[in-house]
Design a protein around this ligand. Sequence first.
Ligand SMILES: O=P(O)(O)O[C@H]1[C@H](O)[C@@H](O)[C@H](O)[C@H](O)[C@@H]1O
Ligand SMILES: [Mg+2]
Ligand SMILES: [Mg+2]
Length: 290
Amino acid sequence: MKPSGEAAAAAAPGAGPWDECFEAAVQLALRAGQIIRKALTEEKRVSTKTSAADLVTETDHLVENLIISELRKRFPSHRFIAEEAAASGAKCVLTRSPTWIIDPIDGTCNFVHRFPTVAVSIGFAVHQELEFGVIYHCTEERLYTGRRGRGAFCNSQRLQVSRETDLSKALVLTEIGPKRDPATLKLFLSNMERLLHAKAHGVRVIGSSTLALCHLASGAADAYYQFGLHCWDLAAATVIIREAGGIVMDTSGGPLDLMSCRVVAAGTREMAMLIAQALQTINYGRDDEK
Ligand SMILES: O=P(O)(O)O[C@H]1[C@H](O)[C@@H](O)[C@H](O)[C@H](O)[C@@H]1O
Ligand SMILES: [Mg+2]
Ligand SMILES: [Mg+2]
């Protein structure tokens, strides 16, 4: 079913603060999705960032600039944290001001290979609290939304996480992260091996952390963990998962630290803790210290 801004807004009935911002995010995500869908099949100019596996294209920049310029016109006092601006040296500082946290294309490596698992992610925080998240699966035209205290939806279907607490009955999602040195790869594979030794039904890597987190919010997976993602991968998805009844926390088992480049998420706290206890830490630093 084609999503519409009206469907998403209708899915969260009742006026509330930030309605205008939420509507703007929905319309811009849909518009960005059209651009990304068209560009998916076209020739691309590809560059690398922190590693040979950390790719960026002209479409990432075009979409990010479009979203930020449109939002700046409508909300000139707001602040922005965005993936490609950060890659160019902008600081990732989350103040108490209304702040947009943007990943213009999540799954850029998929995008470069025309592998159709790509999303645009727009999160929004005020007083350093996540207010809403909008993630648009561009090729499947699925619009995932979550608003603090008002539920989570895919198009107009309400989302509910899995209630699984048994790791031996769990489907677990993760992502590789951009570091590919032997020590990091050894730790990444060791974490995956530990979960398979614990008899998890499976571990999946789909190439888009935000869409993997949306699958968790929809109950199609039981847990997610990653070292090496960023605040712009996490912001929107965290609201969506929490509003679908799930848990998003630090890999230490403590509260989520949006800038820590690491996360464990699950439908239940029991499952999240089982995952966290199985993991060895992979150090990716912090978004607010780069
Ligand atoms: O760079 P984009 O925005 O494509 O985001 C991806 C991250 O770069 C990966 O490290 C991470 O592993 C995930 O694949 C994430 O989606
Ligand atoms: Mg990206
Ligand atoms: Mg990303």
